[in-house]
Write a protein that binds this ligand. Sequence first.
Ligand SMILES: *Cc1c(COP(=O)(O)O)cnc(C)c1O
Length: 402
Amino acid sequence: MNSVPSVPSVAKSIGERSTDNGERPLIPYGRQLIEEDDIAAVVEVLRSDWLTTGPKVAEFERAVADFVGAQHAVAVSSGTAALHCAMYAIGIGPGDEVILPPMTFAATANAVLFQGGVPVFVDVDPDTLLLDPNQVEAKITRGTKAIVAVDYAGHPCDYDALRDIAQRHGLFLVADACHALGAEYKGREVGTLADLTVFSFHPVKHITTGEGGMITTDDPELARRLRLFRNHGITTDHRQREEQGSWCYEMVELGYNYRITDFQCALGVSQLNKLPKWLARRQEIARIYDEAFAGFPYVMPLSVSNDVLHAYHLYVVRIMDKEPSKKRESVFKHLREKGIGANVHYPPVHLHPFYRKRFNTGAGLCPVAEQAYDHILSLPMFPKLKSHEQEYVIKTIKEIWS
Ligand SMILES: *Cc1c(COP(=O)(O)O)cnc(C)c1O
């Protein structure tokens, strides 16, 4: 497998300011947008009494729950922590099998392992690179406990089909919607379509808290378990004890410290206010790319179903040319040289050395994802991308074939 982008290299590409030779500023594939009112919101909390687990955590949870139309939201320290909390809440334990697609960030599968479970990779649809519902049932065994749907690039999965399978087999359905905050499926909001829905607030995602994550659910019992796991398995948090004037607490389960701070949540609340505007801008950028590459056979955007609202965390194209100098790898290098920080999402998880070694996975397990991986490229997509920058990206790509 070719160079696997590690987490540090992803982080670097976000803050990166120049090309390798330092000539011109690099246009990254994604970037946060922090404005003065965001900064003021954080500073206000820094001057207050609560730095962690205070009123801003509850306010951010309420705001996200309302935004997606869910009953409950539980904020945690990262999207990865949110996935781990989700696996705990639905009771994943040693040997339990969890079905998930390989076309995702490693954390989706890692969270299953954190609880001793076994990730079972099911291939994706060739047009959307989303978990293919038609291939799920063949992988269900007596040990299967859950399906994790990944809304790759911001396109919601086929939730009607997945929910139907989950119901018939008595499985939990979890949505890894780290790419899909604000997306809709058949007029219903992502965040309400699965038993649990996980979001990330890493700086490349739709809104950021620096690091942060959230789980939404309509099930009060699952919400209770998420809160327990976030705070060492202790039944009350410090703020609740303060309010009750009590020192007594009980640890009833083994949990973690997955709490998020109040100043991060102040940033989250401030950012969430801008989300509708930013989603519209992402959709506009996508439309301009769509038009630019329509009828251009070498650069093929992924398909979009007509019954979804795509949140466009990523804009992914497939580079389709057999000539070595015009394959994805060469196109990627060429764009980097021209100051365009295109990226590849993702090396299929089952091909990572860790998974090969631990589960004996490898090439041939998910041929659609493996084949797609040789062709995909994520183009710059973030609200602050300037029109002339996008034009430059399009022109630079098309020039390769002129
Ligand atoms: C970003 C992301 C995660 C992990 O989120 P962090 O906040 O970085 O821990 C998990 N799954 C997917 C699909 C992601 O894109």
